[in-house]
Design a protein around this ligand. Structure first.
Ligand code: PBG
Length: 330
């Protein structure tokens, strides 16, 4: 009956005791693997985001102070998102490139303070346009299509503003065709050849971005993002997006969301040799908190297992709202 290669206890033998289990764990997680998304505002008070426990919109000065503290504790990578007041929003999201935009002010503040952190700037217009789409819309188009090429021009301009303010990495997240190439040429022409691009290469039109849209106040007034973000019912399209971004010079690529797309993440990891990031998005974070609040699972254990799973699937870097808590947990 029993297979001689697998006598009783053969597989359990190496699971005995924490020291042996630690020794054999080949997937690891450290603070250096994490990027913390930070929401910055021009307001003067921190405002909690109700659907994302522990996450706040931070005024610029406070954000710089917090980043200083986190960096001193070993969490040293941050991606900035800007919350824009209604009076600064317009049809084209022009404020994104303004030096007064909270993202640009925070970048400058971190650089002025000499903080040793890797600063990423999310590069998209949905938090800056009055309609909430990721770029200007084609004129007289009832379907509210984002104008791809007009957006490319604005992306280049905004990338330069972010690089000037102090971004180490710009992270275009709007899924426009050709975005990486045009940002690269704009940066190079402005002599920012050392500013890297982390492309949101494989980004799905997901239902798990809901809480983020509250945090970033970047929800759409009408329509949806299915015309530019990917359809999760297509299983092979990721390869074309990946190839396009790599050919255009992406230094790093991202898969987003993370947990519901671990199959895609594993394939992306095997298909390229640039660093791969995965975004454990707001809805995935909120679900763990919601279950933990009801006592249905343990928050720390659930967060650790989930983040390890994202690493196991192949992510070098994980964008995670759990990052500050990981300072204590790891
Ligand atoms: C903006 C952007 C979004 C997220 C990151 N950048 C929202 C969207 O595309 O609708 C979502 C992040 C999250 O849910 O945590 N383009």
């Amino acid at each position: 009956m029993s297979d001689p290669r697998f006598p009783a206890s053969r597989l359990r033998r190496l699971r005995r005791g924490p020291a042996l289990r630690d020794a054999l764990a080949d997937v690891t997680l450290g603070l250096h693997n994490l990027i913390y998304p930070v929401f910055v505002t021009s307001g003067d008070e921190a405002r909690p985001v109700s659907s994302m426990p522990g996450v706040e919109q931070l005024p610029v000065k406070l954000a710089v102070e917090r980043i200083r503290g986190w960096a001193a504790s070993g969490l040293r990578q941050f991606i900035l998102f800007g919350v824009t007041s209604a009076d600064r929003k317009d049809a084209r999201g022009s404020f994104a490139a303004h030096p007064d935009a909270p993202v640009n002010r925070t970048l400058a503040g971190v650089r002025d303070a000499g903080i040793d952190a890797v600063m990423y700037a999310d590069l998209c217009f949905c938090e800056y346009t009055e309609h909430g789409h990721c770029g200007p819309l084609c004129p007289d188009d009832p379907a509210a299509t984002v104008d791809n090429d007009a957006t490319l021009e604005l992306l280049g301009k905004t990338a330069i503003a972010q690089a000037k303010a102090g971004a180490d990495v710009v992270a275009p997240s709007g899924m426009m065709d050709g975005m990486v190439g045009s940002i690269r040429s704009a940066l190079d022409a402005a002599k920012f050849d050392q500013t890297a691009i982390l492309a949101y290469s494989v980004k799905y039109a997901s239902n798990f971005y809901g809480p983020f849209r509250e945090a970033g106040e970047g929800g759409m007034k009408f329509g949806d993002r299915k015309g530019y973000q990917m359809d999760f019912r297509r299983s092979r399209e990721w390869r074309l997006e990946l190839e396009a971004d790599l050919a255009q010079g992406a230094d790093m690529v991202m898969v987003k969301p993370a947990v519901a797309y671990l199959d895609i993440l594993a394939q992306v990891r095997q298909s390229c040799d640039v660093p791969v990031a995965a975004y454990h998005v707001s809805g995935e974070y909120a679900m763990l908190h919601a279950a933990a609040q009801r006592g249905w699972l343990d928050l720390k254990a659930g967060a650790m297992e989930t983040t390890l799973a994202i690493r196991r699937a192949g992510a070098d870097l994980v964008l995670s709202y759990f990052a500050p808590q990981m300072i204590e947990w790891l």
